[in-house]
Write a protein that binds this ligand. Structure first.
Ligand SMILES: [Zn+2]
Length: 485
């Protein structure tokens, strides 16, 4: 089956970078792109009119937790001061023997909600870090999404003591057993659903993994030929915890255990020896990262919500570090994430010329592909996978434009996505995800989140309610208000 997309502005790929083809043609045959250009593409079986649309590669989200984010949504504007800017510790640490909030979720509802949201917003490939890899593999398989999956594991649990003090609860053997289960998952699922499901190893966070677990992870990744992603440089507490335990920065620690390499992605790397809040006199973290070939998953929105920003996307790139984009928590809209990546970098550097629209667009496509070591993703060129997104550029918010990439990055959102194709198969048409009842997916997610919020006192160390933990923005209106009599 050969399909022609014509009439739009096409982001083509040639000689290592994106090129703009205005009003050309793209043909894909089954799951691969066969032609991009202005010439005669030969006979086709079906045609897609892309007039007024930007035709771009499917976006790659290299850091995501596919769930309803009941916890993340609780900590907007609030949280404990002694966790510094970390949001997740507010709902991940529960007293011993008590299930924390993430452990209470239904993986089917959260996984389906998050993947439907991502496809709707033009994301075709996701690196999904969580514990419900088997359920999420089934959901991605059914929806037609491309996903890198594995059950995350760790040696330490975050725990809360009687006075609300955070401590790290070590069980080395449990961490190693969980790595074995992750290895089994990869063996069972790697390459499933026509190769759309890929295995990956997720030692959860740098401060919850011992050197033994990290070294075993490196060995397993080498044996199986799969990638690794770990959270590191997430917040000040973690950065200084690793310094205290190992007399090393998290990046030095990861390099020392052999975890870093071209197959490794460091989630966030916000707090590192180059960040002004780290409080170190000097350091070589960016140099070490660049030399290792590891990539960084940059998620600007979730950190801005906690009052922090990478310092900076421009410096990471100038150092030669590959950076891809992720959404981490919510919302899962990589088009908005591109804009925030550009704006925060310009603000941090006080320089309008850095983090251009071209750079952040490339990070969300080619940067992600490089992080996953995929030369057939993130680009529209013959031989690449037919992962294609059509964005309707005819909206009041986007307005008049000369340069569709600048227009998309400055004005676009996931709502502008109209059609998404993964592996040559239509997964979104007319702005709706095929094979999913969006209204029902959303209603299920609301019900699930309401249930989880009602359970807050069951895991909170001080038995706080959701309203106490996360005070409403405005007090509730009491009584009726009447006018004119
Ligand atoms: Zn994360």
């Amino acid at each position: 089956m050969r399909t022609l997309i014509h009439g739009g502005d096409i982001v083509a790929h040639d000689q290592g970078g994106h090129r703009l083809l205005r009003g050309g043609a793209l043909v894909f045959e089954d799951e691969r792109i066969a032609f991009v250009g202005r010439g005669d593409p030969g006979p086709v079986d079906q045609r897609i009119d892309a007039t007024g649309h930007l035709v771009m590669p499917g976006l790659i989200n290299i850091h995501c937790h596919a769930d309803v984010e009941a916890g993340g949504r609780l900590v907007a504007d609030c949280g404990r001061r002694d966790f510094f800017q970390a949001g997740f510790l507010n709902y991940n640490a529960a007293p011993r023997g008590v299930r924390n909030l993430p452990a209470r979720q239904d993986p089917w509802i959260g996984g389906r909600f998050a993947m439907v949201e991502m496809l709707r917003n033009g994301c075709t490939t996701v690196v999904d870090i969580g514990t419900a890899a088997a359920e999420h593999a089934a959901i991605a398989g059914e929806l037609g999404m491309r996903a890198y999956l594995g059950p995350a594991y760790k040696s330490y649990d975050y725990r809360m003591g009687e006075r609300g003090e955070l401590f790290y609860d070590l069980d080395e053997a449990a961490g190693l057993r969980a790595l074995d289960r992750a290895r089994d998952f990869v063996r069972a699922h790697h390459g499933a659903h026509q190769g759309r499901i890929q295995g990956m190893l997720f030692p959860f966070q740098v401060e919850t993994c011992t050197p033994t677990l990290l070294k075993a992870t490196r060995q397993a990744a080498d044996e199986m030929g799969v990638g690794i992603e770990i959270h590191a440089g997430q917040n000040l507490l973690e950065f200084h915890e690793i310094l205290r335990r190992h007399c090393q920065t998290p990046i030095e620690y990861l390099a020392d255990t052999g975890l870093l390499g071209p197959d490794a992605i460091v989630g966030h790397c916000l707090i590192n020896s180059a960040h002004r809040l780290a409080g170190l006199p000097a350091g070589r973290d960016l140099e070490i990262l660049a030399a290792s070939g590891a990539s960084v998953a940059h998620c600007p929105l979730v950190f801005a919500r906690r009052g922090n920003a990478m310092e900076s996307l421009h410096r990471f790139r100038a150092e030669g570090i590959n950076v891809g984009l992720g959404t981490d928590t919510y919302p899962r809209d990589l088009i908005s994430e591109m804009r925030l990546a550009a704006l925060f970098c310009k603000v941090v550097e006080h320089d309008f010329s850095v983090a251009t629209s071209a750079e952040v667009f490339s990070a969300a496509t080619l940067g992600g592909a490089r992080a996953l070591r995929r030369e057939d993703l993130g680009r529209l060129a013959p031989g690449a996978k037919a992962d294609i997104v059509l964005v309707d550029m005819r909206s009041l918010r986007i307005g008049p434009y000369r340069d569709p990439i600048k227009a998309l990055v400055q004005c676009g959102t996931g709502d502008d996505v109209r059609r998404v194709i993964v592996d040559g198969r239509a997964v979104v048409e007319g702005g709706h995800v095929l094979g999913a009842d969006e209204a029902r997916v959303l209603a299920d997610a609301q019900r699930e989140a309401d249930r989880l919020w009602a359970e807050v006192p069951e895991w909170h160390w001080e038995k706080q309610t959701a309203d106490e933990l996360s005070p409403p923005s405005f007090p509730e209106l009491v009584g009726d208000l009447w006018g004119g009599r």
